[in-house]
Design a protein around this ligand. Sequence first.
Ligand code: GDP
Length: 298
Amino acid sequence: MFATLSDRLADTFKNLRGKGRLSEADIDATAREIRIALLEADVALPVVKEFVGAVKERARSEEVSGALNPAQQIIKIVHEELVTILGGETRRLRYAKSGPTVIMLAGLQGAGKTTLAAKLALWLKDQDKTPMLVAADLQRPNAVQQLQVNGDRVGVPVFAPEPGNGTGNPVEVARASIEEAKRRLHDVVIIDTAGRLGVDQTLMQQAADIRDAVQPDEVLFVVDAMIGQDAVTTAQAFLDGVGYDGVVLTKLDGDARGGAALSIRSITGKPVMFASSGEKMTDFDLFHPDRMASRILD
Ligand code: GDP
């Protein structure tokens, strides 16, 4: 991900090398190149406009500091603006003050929710938490079993309706799971909810009902970074239909152009909290805007 964007930006900055001072024309040309690079990376247009406007404004008005040449100065500005659109600070999980912390996952089918649920459970385990997974996706055949397989892989128990009970009510499963977590002294509950292939009113309502029933400490919207601009549209639909506190980007290891990752924070106002970047259970971490910006500019 970001390979094309990185190359494009590197070429743009190369053109500035050796220049003693940046003329207005240099700044305009650079801004134009950055705009094209971002649009080609599938970044949403309003985000591109805001980004390029900010870079241009700063390039014009900021004094070039002693140690940096003009090209380095522009790179520094672009880096800082990238960190800003990626959300600034790393947003960490908020744990409940008492009782189990309840994390609910929402998103489209295929976004990587079930995989992510297990990755998050493993990550929490590594921080000395005692998580429990909850299979409240009773829509998709095999979803419960898939979560159980993933739970086994990371050594985390899965709370699920009885096998064969396909008519189980996800809201009741979610509610019962909290009681079970309290009884068994699990300090984090991760609820996997059903997704559909497209945004769907019934799905939204079900997720909203689960949310109302269990009052999660964190609702995380899980989205496949490979789906480009659609990620932003879906993010907006879930924000309106269910609401969430943070975003998890999955499949960041893919060769998509990265626009979703760059747009989603600005468009939704919600922080990207975690990034999932592969099939292995350990391909997962907190999302660090500064590291991501450095990766893009490397
Ligand atoms: P769900 O329908 O949202 O529960 O999605 P799944 O967890 O079943 O994931 C859908 C597919 O994406 C599966 O084949 C996963 O192995 C794959 N997948 C999930 N996360 C990642 C990731 O970060 N990178 C890659 N390359 N594949 C992923």
